[in-house]
Each structure stands twice: as structure tokens, then as C-alpha cells.
Design a protein around this ligand. Structure first.
Ligand SMILES: [Ca+2]
Length: 315
């Protein structure tokens, strides 16, 4: 049986590659994409999701969701990382398809009612849609097979503040709800995505394998790579969102630690993810009150990158 997923996304250059992956992998059944603001405004995210599906030759329902954080003042959009249009400011055709009428959160609730216990939520943007879905229907926690979140950081520090990773910083209140909801959740954060690189040679091979969609992936990658050269001094990009898909298919390439996650929602450390491993003993037990989750701490980055290339050059 194929693995049914709902992909929650804010495309985004690295989202685009992850979307190509979920469409290309024959073992993944994409029930829908739900969109959120994050790298771009939500209308742009929706348009990009529709367009990427179209270029990949797939018909995938897209449900639009969160336009802003649950309670904090929105951050400026990271145009210097992803461009104003989210895909490196390359020229893009207008999608010919439209989003469904259902909201993202309702879509998640409805689909999981149809197939209880089967669906994995792969969330690679700010977590507002999942938080609202939990609010609409708290029994959702019992119907989802698992939740894979790209976001957060334990030992790597942040990428938008010294402490906070972008998706969590964009909506820390939503992240807190999602991490403490008590469902099977794995966090795929900077501790592993920063150890995974797609270099230009690999990207060129991927572009060749993906036709029309490959052109968009490669051209937007060039813009994104400029940022990585300046920010991290690497020749290539971190495929953050693709790492979440890699975990879905190849968890054996990662090492996870089980524990409790607290999200700092306010103040100077806003967006920081504070991890208390299950095995650790602290002077106070307030860090260990929340449900347990799994956190990716180590990865075989080379093999993850090779897997991404293999899927995108053979399907
Ligand atoms: Ca993303």
C-alpha cells in the first residue's frame, strides 16, 4: 500500500523540491497540499503549489490556509532567501487550476475522518494549519498516523535569530500546540537539515530528470544557493523540506532521540525549541511535563542527498 500524506507547505524553493519528491515517489499517495503563509503570503503559496503540481503533471487538491500567525505580529517575508514570488523571482506561468473551497484546517479534519489511522501529515511551513485543525477537532490526534514537522533546532542554533528556526519563529504559539498535542510526532530540524547539502552538480542532474518542473527547481535553486553561499559559506543548499520526506521514506538514515519539547513563545528567545530528552534528569520537572515526541539529532546527509537525487532522476 502506498503511504497517504497531506503536505502542509509554504512554497518556497526547498518546498518546491520536496513537492517534486512527493509527486515522483511512486510509494507516496498525495491526498492534498495545504498552504500557509511563511516564505511568502498564503495566496502566493497556493499559486505556487498549484503550479508545481501542474508542471509535475499531477492533479492534487490544494486547500488554502493560514494567512498570519495565531497571535504574534507577522515577520517580514524572507524575500532575500526565496525571492518575492517564493521561487527565486524566476518568471512563472500562471496556474490554470484553482484551490478547493475547503480551508486547509478543515481539509485535514475531513480527510483524516475518511481514513482514520492511515494518514501522515508532513508539515514544512509555519504550523498554523495544524494548530487550527486541532482546535476544530481535538480528536484529530487519534486519527493521524504520524506528524512529521520540518522545523526547530536543538543544538544547531537558529537560522532567523540566534535561537530560532524560521518555521517555528513564524508562529511559535501554533508550534507549541502542535508539539504538545500528544500525537506521534517527529521533528526534522536544523540539527539534520544543516548536515544535508545538495551541491550544484547534483542539482543539475535533478533538473535534467524533472523536465519542465526541473527548470523551475534549478532556476530557483540558483537564487537560493546565493543565500547559502553568503549565510553558511557552502557551495550548495540545505534541502530542509526534502529531509522531512526523506524521514518518511528512510527513517533509518536518521538518529532520533525521544523527549519533551517546549517552544518559547514570547520574549528575546521567541521561537526557540527547548528539548528535554526523556533520559535526562533536571533540577526542575517543568521541562518534562509535555507528551513525548521524537527529534532527529543525526543524519547520514550524503545518503539523504543521494536518495533525493535517485527519486528525482528516475521518476
Ligand atoms: Ca517550507
Amino acid at each position: 500500500m502506498r503511504t497517504p500524506i497531506i503536505f502542509d507547505t509554504d512554497p518556497g524553493v526547498d518546498d518546491a523540491q520536496a513537492i517534486a519528491l512527493i509527486m515522483a515517489d511512486p510509494d507516496i499517495e498525495v491526498l492534498g497540499m495545504t498552504t500557509t503563509y511563511g516564505n511568502v503570503p498564503v495566496e502566493t503559496a497556493t499559486s505556487n503549489a498549484l503550479l508545481l503540481a501542474e508542471l509535475g503533471g499531477h492533479s492534487i487538491p490544494v486547500a488554502q490556509g493560514a494567512a498570519r500567525p495565531l497571535s504574534k505580529t507577522p515577520n517580514p517575508f524572507p524575500t532575500f532567501v526565496h525571492g518575492v514570488n517564493g521561487l527565486g523571482d524566476i518568471d512563472l506561468p500562471t496556474p490554470t487550476t484553482r484551490a478547493v473551497d475547503t480551508t486547509a484546517a478543515q481539509f485535514i479534519v475531513d480527510e483524516t475522518r475518511k481514513r482514520p489511522g492511515e494518514i501522515t501529515l508532513v508539515a514544512v511551513g509555519p504550523l498554523g494549519n495544524l494548530a487550527v485543525a486541532l482546535q476544530l477537532d481535538p480528536t484529530l490526534v487519534d486519527r493521524v498516523k504520524q506528524v512529521i514537522v520540518m522545523g526547530g533546532s536543538v543544538k544547531q542554533g537558529g537560522n532567523v535569530t540566534p535561537l530560532a528556526e524560521a518555521n517555528i519563529y513564524s508562529d511559535p504559539h501554533a508550534a507549541h500546540r502542535v508539539f504538545t498535542a500528544g500525537w506521534p510526532l517527529v521533528m526534522v530540524g536544523l540539527d539534520v537539515t544543516h548536515k544535508t547539502h545538495i551541491d550544484p552538480e547534483r542539482m543539475a542532474r535533478i533538473a535534467k530528470g524533472q523536465g519542465k518542473l526541473g527548470e523551475v527547481l534549478a532556476d530557483s535553486y540558483s537564487f537560493y544557493a546565493d543565500f547559502y553561499r553568503k549565510a553558511l559559506g557552502i557551495n550548495g543548499c540545505c534541502p530542509h523540506d526534502s529531509c522531512a520526506v526523506a524521514w518518511l521514506k528512510h527513517p533509518e538514515l536518521f538518529k532520533t532521540v525521544r523527549g519533551h519539547m517546549s517552544v518559547i513563545t514570547d520574549g528575546l528567545a521567541q521561537g526557540q525549541t527547548v528539548f528535554a530528552p526523556e533520559s535526562a534528569v533536571f533540577a526542575e520537572d517543568r521541562w518534562s511535563q509535555t507528551p513525548l515526541i521524537d527529534v532527529c539529532m543525526e543524519v547520514d546527509g550524503e545518503r539523504v542527498s543521494q536518495w533525493i537525487e535517485d527519486v528525482l532522476t528516475s521518476h
